[in-house]
Design a protein around this ligand. Structure first.
Ligand code: PLP
Length: 406
């Protein structure tokens, strides 16, 4: 089935506007995606008609909204095909999810001299929490290297694993280069040694089906705002067996069973990891966003975005002096590139004046940029609401940049 992109675009009100008197071309979907009207409407409806703190009241509004929050959890569970609802923890986003795991898993299982494996491709959100843990526990961080295409070298990964390895944490898709990592293989290799694996799915869930049961990953995390949902909501999926053993990260209301001044006992999953008032409005909005992309069809989305990627790659490659950074065989609809002798920020400023939103800089992946020996890139990240005509506009803008600075 082919998608009716013009019809889809009408679902996203923000796309229908001019920036500097030019039609907005939004190619910064890797940073955050835009929201369909039905997600915006859902939030307005909750605040206008249904708002009440959840889990705490016996009154009508509270009970109704608690039910809707728990229904949202079920939508997420089905979406990623988790075994149990309580394996889905709502957080504020990928960053909080990873921090929660790094702290709690680390507290329970990581000791002096132990090792944690991450990769060169990681976003800072999947580096810094592990670094802090290593400092706290005197553990060692090991890094999977990449080849010249920006793909993880799995033979080197295997060599990094030792009897001291406690967890492997890698992204499914690199936000900076678009590389899709062979996480199935990465998980299999770790599991042969009984080592759990965390997958940072911030750049993958919005592009195709994710099945945590099939992958057999131990943890999978993502952010609502990158999957057409609201800000301030994210997901931490964890296998029950780990979440039951791990101590809570944040403490306070909701996550307790019984509190006295002498001692506190903790609640069952998932509440053990949801201290305080959760962002129930955003959780319900996230469920709406998931239902929306399921209606569009994740297979359709993946196919169309691949078409956009191939088109853009061909078009941009034809520009003299433009070098694509990240040429993995398996890529998501992200293109990072640099222009010979032109600084990314200069290019970004000119592109912006054409009404085109791209991102420039290190994309929160400074160690990756260091390993590539570059300061940063210009990144265009496409969504299923983008068009080939918009890619043509980027192409034209890049020719203008070259004229101005070349
Ligand atoms: N991991 C990856 C791969 C990302 O691309 C991002 C954001 O760009 C994050 C983690 C952090 O996500 P958030 O800022 O929503 O917590």
């Amino acid at each position: 089935m082919s998608l009716d992109i013009q019809k889809i675009r009408k679902d996203f009100p923000i796309l229908n506007q001019q920036i500097y008197k030019k039609p907005l071309v939004y190619f910064d979907n890797g940073a955050t995606t835009q929201k369909p009207q039905l997600v915006i409407d859902e939030e307005v409806k909750i605040y206008s008609e249904e708002n009440s703190n959840i889990h705490r009241g016996v009154h009508y509004l509270s009970e109704q909204l608690t039910q809707r929050y728990e229904d949202a959890r079920k939508v997420v569970r089905k979406f990623i095909n988790a075994k149990h609802d309580h394996e889905v923890i709502f957080t504020s986003g990928t960053t909080e999810s990873i921090n929660t795991i790094a702290f709690s898993f680390g507290e329970k299982y990581v000791n002096e001299g132990d090792e944690i494996i991450i990769s060169t491709l990681e976003h800072h959100a999947n580096i810094v929490p592990w670094q802090i843990l290593c400092e706290r526990k005197n553990a060692v961080l090991k890094i999977i290297p990449i080849n010249e295409n920006g793909e993880l070298i799995l033979e080197e990964y295997e060599k990094l694993i030792s009897s001291k390895t406690k967890i492997v944490a890698v992204n499914h898709v690199s936000n900076a280069l678009g590389t899709i990592n062979d996480i199935k293989r990465i998980i299999e290799i770790a599991h042969k040694r009984d080592i759990p694996v965390l997958i940072d799915g911030a750049q993958s869930v919005q592009h195709g089906n994710v099945d945590v049961k099939e992958l057999d990953c131990d943890f999978y995390v993502f952010s609502g705002h990158k999957i057409y949902g609201p800000n301030g909501i994210g997901v931490l999926y964890g296998k029950e067996k780990w979440l039951n053993e791990m101590p809570p990260f944040m403490t306070g209301g909701e996550m307790i069973k019984k509190v006295s001044f002498e001692k506190t006992t903790f609640n069952e999953l998932p509440l053990k990891f949801e201290a305080g008032t959760p962002n129930y409005v955003a959780a319900i909005g996230l469920a709406k966003a998931i239902e929306y992309i399921q209606n569009v069809g994740l297979k359709n989305i993946a196919e169309y975005e691949k078409e956009l990627l191939d088109y853009a790659t061909k078009k941009l490659e034809s520009i003299e002096g433009l070098k694509i950074i990240g040429t993995a065989q398996n890529k998501i609809s992200i293109i990072s590139f640099i222009l010979e002798d032109i600084h990314n920020y200069d290019a970004g400023m000119v592109i912006d004046k054409m009404g085109i939103a791209v991102r420039t800089g290190h994309h929160c992946a400074e160690p990756l940029m260091d390993s590539l020996n570059i300061e940063g890139t210009i990144r265009a990240s496409f969504s299923f609401y983008n068009t080939k005509e918009e890619i043509n506009s980027l192409y034209d803008a890049l020719l203008t940049v070259k004229q101005m600075f070349g």
